[in-house]
Design a protein around this ligand. Structure first.
Ligand code: SAM
Length: 274
């Protein structure tokens, strides 16, 4: 019999968010694979959990994953924990889950705190359709492409960002998204928890030196209403561009609105020299 791989949530700030089940599983497994053993040690001490631990972070994950797999195959059970929240969400775990599934090992979630969903449910933005985008790429060019792709999605978007990169992130977001509603969820579940709501430019003015942990929740692109008889193609393209879209995206959105091909929009603009 193989062991079970548990993906175990831990609090994102408030220790009371640890679940009874998480404590029991962490006590019962043979091994805990932790992103930061020093940090997890504090948590384990607090809850009187004495299970052995192994370091499992981005730098050592390939070699450690192999060791964990061997122990699972030998019948031992292992719990993966990250520094905070759910493992495998912008944290190590994904590769190990894939390896375990391929090896026929049972993978079991131990749900609990998660920053993205906690921010979303308090954002006041549409929760019926959302996309978790995680951290934006590090280089400016890749970030721009990433934002451009996301700007056309008709669903609420959720990002993670470090405080020292937040201003830059919001400035570049505004360049691509124009004036969208956003919510900055700061220090969730902690003493200084707060939600800042408004347009991107308004929040940029409010945060001079961002401190703490942030989730950025962004209103999705509004669903394209079909064009009315009064609207004309040229004005609509210009309106989309004024809202922050580049010319190509503006033409694509206009084509959707008028239910015609992008080529047709292109030809019509070309015909007028615009
Ligand atoms: N696995 C975690 C989860 O399930 O939420 C996320 C880990 S990711 C490495 C860390 C990022 O999550 C932070 O940079 C921040 O964007 C967000 N985050 C984590 N804890 C938070 C908190 N208490 N308040 C706001 N954002 C938080």
């Amino acid at each position: 019999m193989h062991g079970i791989l548990y993906l175990c949530a831990t609090p994102i700030g408030n220790l009371e968010d640890m679940t009874f089940r998480a404590i029991r599983i962490l006590r019962e497994v043979d091994l805990i694979a932790a992103e930061d053993t020093r940090r997890t040690r504090k948590l384990l001490t607090h809850f009187e959990i004495h299970t052995p631990m192994i370091r499992f972070d981005e730098n050592c994950k390939a070699s450690v994953a192999e060791k964990i797999l061997q122990r699972l195959l030998a019948g031992e059970s292992v719990a993966v924990v990250s520094d905070a929240g759910l493992p495998a969400i912008s944290d190590p775990g994904t590769d190990l889950v894939k390896l375990a599934i391929d090896a026929g090992i049972k993978v079991c979630p131990i749900p609990g705190a998660n920053a993205a969903l906690s921010a979303l449910i308090c954002s006041g933005l549409d929760t019926s359709k959302f996309l978790f985008a995680g951290f934006a790429p590090k280089t400016k060019k890749n970030r721009r492409e990433f934002f451009e792709k996301l700007s056309t999605i008709e669903a609420t978007l959720i990002f993670y960002e470090a405080p020292h990169r937040l201003k830059n992130f919001l400035e570049e977001l505004a360049e691509v998204f124009g004036e969208r509603e956003i919510v900055l969820a700061r220090e969730l579940t902690k003493v200084h928890e707060e939600f800042l709501r408004g347009k991107i430019s308004e929040l940029l003015e409010k945060i001079s030196e961002p401190r703490g942990e942030f989730v950025v929740v962004v209103e999705g692109k509004k669903f394209s209403e079909p064009a009315t008889p009064e609207e004309n193609i040229f004005e609509v393209v210009e309106k989309f561009m004024a809202a922050g879209l580049d010319k190509k995206s503006a033409m694509r959105e206009t084509a959707k609105k008028f239910n015609v091909s992008r080529r047709e929009i292109y030809n019509r603009l070309l015909g007028t020299g615009k």
